[in-house]
Design a protein around this ligand. Structure first.
Ligand SMILES: *Cc1c(COP(=O)(O)O)cnc(C)c1O
Length: 338
């Protein structure tokens, strides 16, 4: 197999890094304190295998019973556990396209089949998505979607889940930047599950922490599949502190959204077609300039964005919403190129 190629993480030199949708702002200061406390409590014992401390705090924040939550080593771990549990060799994993490329890798690891359905031109799910001719065992829906930043409405998600012959996992890596989320749908339908991560909105990509919200009878089965100690004591302590500081989250999300608006408007003025985004990145494509060349030229100026090419769609640039200084640097560089 080819394997997933994550976005570049340059280890040397100063880059304006706008390629992997990290948060430009640091996490809550409570995170460092919680890690320090956990170190002082000692690391010689194995951690709580169920990350109970985190599940209780997250349950309070989300209005969900802790038994409906499973913690993971990043939401990629959650996606792996759910795929492993539900999709066997030769079976189908359903997803819309264009979407998160890692889903292909998850299918490949299982020896299962990628079953893709194109989004509608308005970035909704086509009726075909909900009525497969084959026998998918799991459907994945990033919402907001990557790389487009677009969203599928809650009624459409519910309707799709009720029609599909398999569970639907809504991958909400970017939901904190959007106008709505689907956590409340989990109680309405056993078939709907929601994956979250602390990597993007909480500014903790380096920590590795994500979680799943699903009905407890499903969580019970997924626990059998996960590594016993998939989250370490430091990350559980840190994630608990982070999700407990909702004021910090709201503040950063507001800043990112404001900068997102300014970035989108400025790109349009420079001649880019920009898809309206509810995430912390925008997908854009210049009317005349070659996207790959723009990517290369930006990189030579030490500005890193993500160049992506989808075989059945288009190529373009996915640009993460950095802080205002980073976006000013990007826009100034683009101005001299287009
Ligand atoms: C970033 C991202 C994730 C993975 O997040 P981690 O918690 O860092 O593993 C999952 N899904 C989508 C769509 C993402 O963009």
């Amino acid at each position: 197999m080819v394997g997933y190629a994550p976005g570049e993480q340059p280890q040397e030199g100063q880059f304006v890094k706008l390629n992997t949708n990290e948060n430009p702002y640091p996490p809550s200061p409570r995170v460092a304190e919680a890690i320090q406390d956990a170190v002082e409590r000692g690391l010689q014992l194995y951690p709580d295998a169920l990350a109970s401390e985190f599940r209780e705090r997250a349950g309070d924040v989300l209005g969900v019973d802790p038994d409906w939550i499973m913690a993971g080593n990043g939401s990629d771990d959650i996606l792996t556990i759910v795929t492993r549990a539900l999709v066997g060799q030769g079976q189908q994993l359903r997803m819309p396209t264009p979407s998160y490329i890692l889903y292909h890798t998850l299918a490949q690891i299982q020896g299962s089949e990628v079953d893709e359905v194109a989004f509608t031109p308005q970035w909704g799910l086509s009726p075909e998505f909900a009525t497969p001719s084959g026998d998918p065992r799991l459907a994945l829906l990033p919402n907001p979607n990557s790389p487009t930043g677009t969203v599928v409405s809650l009624p459409a998600i519910l309707e799709t889940a009720e029609s599909l012959p398999c569970p639907l996992l809504v991958d909400e890596a970017y939901a904190d930047f959007a106008e709505f989320h689907s956590v409340d749908l989990v109680a309405k339908s056993e078939r709907i599950m929601v994956a979250r991560t602390l990597s993007k909105s909480y500014g903790l990509a380096g920590l590795r922490f994500g979680y799943l919200i699903a009905q407890p009878q499903l969580i019970h089965e997924f626990r059998k599949v996960k590594d016993s100690y998939n989250c370490d004591a430091l990350s559980v302590a840190a994630a608990t502190a982070a999700i407990g500081d909702q004021a910090w989250l709201r503040d950063n999300v507001a800043k990112v959204r404001a900068t997102r608006g300014r970035l989108s408007d400025s790109l349009k003025k420079l001649g880019f077609a920009v898809i309206p985004s509810q995430a912390n990145f925008v997908w854009c494509r210049h009317a005349e300039q070659n996207s790959q060349q723009l990517y290369e030229e930006l990189k030579s100026q030490r500005i890193l964005v993500r160049y992506m090419k989808y075989p059945n769609w288009q190529d373009g640039l996915r640009i993460s919403v950095g802080d205002d200084a980073q976006i000013d640097a990007l826009l100034a560089a683009l101005k001299s190129m287009v």
